[in-house]
Design a protein around this ligand. Structure first.
Ligand code: ARG
Length: 254
């Protein structure tokens, strides 16, 4: 009798340990074994198309995280201003899109540790009378932005709706600038450099407008995924993977 009782007890202990183990390694994922990342792939060098493949800093860091977590990465290209809503709704596991951490966004999603710095810059035409952010704000100029980005949010605050033209892609805002439809574009510095290199007659103002932190967002209640990704990020920082990815896309002198 005593023997049976010990056996039963031992089994119960093993069973509950297995349960606890399963419980703590269980993160909520949209699809088992997959990490679904939402991005907006018109944001070089963080995410952009090379043929039909989405490449860039975010794509590579996400791949390294997925590898580390033993998950298959799937990248979905959506409108930038639908990423957070989709993560909240449980359509995507993560949002990764050169996304700036803001207090307002923190009401809707959680952010991992930051993996890169962003700067809001002003692009104008080479012959523009605008020489500073103050000129842009004080004059009667129209500003092109990507809808829902921090550039949109800050500039709308600064100059009001009437002087903002919103585009669904950053490159459409830049196109509008080359066509004289807007007087300036406010956008993150690295895409700004790429766009100015790709279009003649444009320049970036020397004075940066705002400095920001980029991070990955996850659903507010998905603490397991958040801490798993933070652990991966820490590992990839420590072993130099993140630095290597960033310097592959951003040469040291830019
Ligand atoms: N950093 C800015 C923000 O978070 C712009 C990001 C735009 N990203 C993109 N993949 N289009 O609002």
């Amino acid at each position: 009798m005593k023997k049976i009782l010990t056996k039963v007890l031992a089994l119960t202990v093993i069973a509950s340990m297995a349960f606890a183990f399963a419980g703590c390694s269980k993160k909520k994922l949209v699809e088992k074994g997959k990490l679904i990342m939402a991005t907006n792939a018109y944001f070089p060098p963080y995410e952009y198309y090379d043929g039909t493949t989405i490449v860039g800093i975010d794509a590579e860091i996400a791949q390294a995280i997925a590898d580390d977590l033993g998950l298959e990465l799937e990248i979905v290209d959506v409108e930038f201003d639908s990423i957070i809503a989709g993560v909240q709704a449980g359509k995507y596991d993560i949002g990764m899109a050169g996304m700036t951490v803001t207090d307002e966004r923190k009401q809707s999603v959680n952010f991992t540790a930051s993996y890169a710095t962003g700067i809001q810059s002003v692009i104008v035409t080479e012959d523009s009378p605008i020489t500073s952010v103050e000129d842009l704000i004080d004059g009667d100029y129209v500003v092109g932005v990507q809808q829902g980005t921090t550039g949109d949010i800050y500039m709308t605050d600064e100059v009001g709706d009437d002087r903002i033209d919103r585009y669904s892609k950053g490159n459409d805002a830049v196109l509008a600038l080359t066509q004289g439809k807007v007087d300036a574009v406010v956008i993150d510095n690295q895409p700004a450099i790429a766009y100015v290199a790709a279009n003649e007659g444009l320049k970036i103002l020397d004075t940066p407008y705002a400095i920001e932190d980029y991070a990955i967002c996850v659903r507010l209640d998905n603490d397991e995924l958040l801490s798993d990704i933070d652990a991966s990020l820490a590992k990839l920082q420590a072993d130099g993977t993140i630095d290597a990815i960033i310097s592959k896309y951003i040469p040291a002198d830019s």
